[in-house]
Design a protein around this ligand. Sequence first.
Ligand SMILES: Cc1ncc(C[n+]2csc(CCOP(=O)(O)OP(=O)(O)O)c2C)c(N)n1
Ligand SMILES: [Mg+2]
Length: 328
Amino acid sequence: MKKKNISRDLLATMYRRMEQIRQFELKSAELYQAGELPGFLHPCVGQEAAEVGVVSALRADDFIATTHRGHGHIIAKGADLKTMYAELFAKKDGICRGNGGSMHMMDRSLGIIGANGIVGQGSTLATGAALACQISGTDGISVCFMGDGAQNEGFFHESLNMASIWNLPIIFAIENNQYAESTPQSYHMRPEDVATRAQGYGIKAYICDGNDLFDVYNTAIEAAMLCRKGEGPVLLELKTYRWFGHYVGDPAVYRPKGELESWKAPNKEAFAKFRARVIEEGTFTEEELDKIRDEVTAEVDEAVLFGRNSEPLPPEFALENVYEEELI
Ligand SMILES: Cc1ncc(C[n+]2csc(CCOP(=O)(O)OP(=O)(O)O)c2C)c(N)n1
Ligand SMILES: [Mg+2]
């Protein structure tokens, strides 16, 4: 695979996106623990490079479908942090007008066809979007983000089969964060690599260090190019690790001692690796990266205020979009 030179501007944008995701998630967890947010939260802290690397290889008119752990993909595709916080606060200005909450955010105008609380279900939506791209004759593509656990769902196998026989322009981007709820990947599937599942469907697969933004981005560019040429689908396995438990409040007692710490080590952790590389290569100084980080902190603080102060939903809103107007 050819390694592409990544422009300084794109690197700055990708780093900003990683910071937006991390800071958005850490702040959300804080708000949740303070009792300010309803529902459930599944933070993707630790997985930022995998998410930004793939989405940065897409065009604005490409589609993504995501999961219960979907804030990162949605931010990477360009969603506004303000409306995302308003959604978490279940307010009227939310990205789905407060209807969806954390697990059901979408924005058709950005090609985000939906987060999903049903594990594996996104694969059917993303496969449908890829079929639409093929039928309409554009060279648009679709990306299905999924976890390692979702690989054991029927949806995934049916979608992969259909995508494979029809050569659909879809990337199955599997973030292998090592766990499905409390079950380690080594226990819930026999192969060591999720990517081996692609063999049974005769499609190309690549394994990436999901914490290496460069590796993920370069591989995703290749995968997107193949899909646009009609040589899809492609499966990417992005090996990474989630820092939180399955949800905010899960004490994660099932993790072996020292495992989390080993993934946080500077030679393994996404931010430390990115920063060390771009500073060593002379692309950015430490101060320039800190400035981006601090700008994101101010953006996140402002977005939280927007969400918190947005107008609450009246109780009758629960019936909106449920029945035909005339029938109410
Ligand atoms: C069809 C279905 N089965 C089970 C669940 C309960 N559940 C929610 S998340 C999850 C684990 C998903 O693991 P993985 O796909 O690895 O994603 P991760 O949480 O690691 O991002 C399960 C079993 C569900 N929401 N939907
Ligand atoms: Mg998982």
